[in-house]
Design a protein around this ligand. Structure first.
Ligand code: XBP
Ligand code: MG
Length: 235
């Protein structure tokens, strides 16, 4: 079996975006829209169990506050405000790629291994992160960028990975997914894709029993090790 594609998750995997990125953007949006919500680092870590920013806001009001303050439309509007703040943060260059990500991408390109993205975050967040960290036309190095509401059921549902495989025209067994969370692992694993994990402070204590291997970052990961996982020694 040959490795044909590396599928990257984004938040927590390609970059450490949650604590000082998404969380800060949410709080700026709450402030701007005069909503008396504030997500501190600890609370946000708990809310991260719900993937999708809009879904996270609904969960917070319905299950945490147990109040039905905001309508779906109001949540969508506040989430758009959050995205605007998040994009500004990314453009400021404050959120770099994690260790080893750029190197692995460059190695895959040299070896004609396709690249794809399967993420829960909003598409503009992906394009802005890629442009800010890999250059103006870096989106084109990814054969597929599957993000946000392109599917109905977000991670841990496998939908985003099935969508990515379909768009790639590849079988699960020829791909490796790189994730940071148990929800992301569950999604890729359910889609039959072998997955490696790179942990971060928010996810390091989660259950990764279905992962091929767990790394603190991608600094020691290369296409040779990924090929071995697929079952073919790198020639
Ligand atoms: C992580 C998520 C996203 C982000 C926030 O995505 O669950 O919802 O936390 O982004 P992944 P949005 O790990 O799959 O990259 O507010 O745009 O949803
Ligand atoms: Mg993630």
């Amino acid at each position: 079996m040959k490795l044909k594609c590396i599928i990257f998750d984004v938040d927590g995997t390609m970059a450490d975006t949650e604590r000082n990125g998404h969380r800060v953007a949410f709080n700026l949006a709450f402030q701007e829209t005069h909503l008396d919500w504030y997500w501190n680092e600890e609370l946000y870590g708990q809310l991260l169990n719900v993937t999708g920013g809009k879904e996270r806001m609904s969960y917070y009001q319905n299950d945490f506050l147990k109040k039905n303050t905001l309508s779906e439309n109001e949540i969508t509007a506040i989430h758009q405000c959050k995205t605007n703040h998040y994009v500004k943060l990314l453009k400021s260059g404050k959120i770099p790629l994690r260790k080893g990500v750029k190197n692995l991408i460059e190695q895959a390109l040299q070896e004609n291994i396709k690249l794809a993205i399967s993420t829960t975050t909003t598409p503009v967040n992906v394009s802005t992160l890629l442009k800010a960290t890999l250059g103006a036309d870096s989106e084109s190095i990814f054969d597929v960028i599957a993000a946000g509401d392109v599917i109905l059921h977000k991670k841990p549902a496998p939908d985003i990975y099935y969508y990515t495989l379909n768009q790639l025209g590849l079988k699960a067994e020829n791909c490796i997914a790189i994730e940071d969370s148990s929800a992301g692992l569950a999604a890729a694993f359910s889609a039959g894709i072998k997955t490696i994990i790179t942990t971060n402070k928010y996810t390091q204590d989660q259950d990764f029993s279905n992962a091929l291997k767990i790394y603190p970052n991608l600094g020691t990961v290369n296409t040779q090790s990924l090929n071995q996982f697929i079952g073919e020694n790198h020639v």
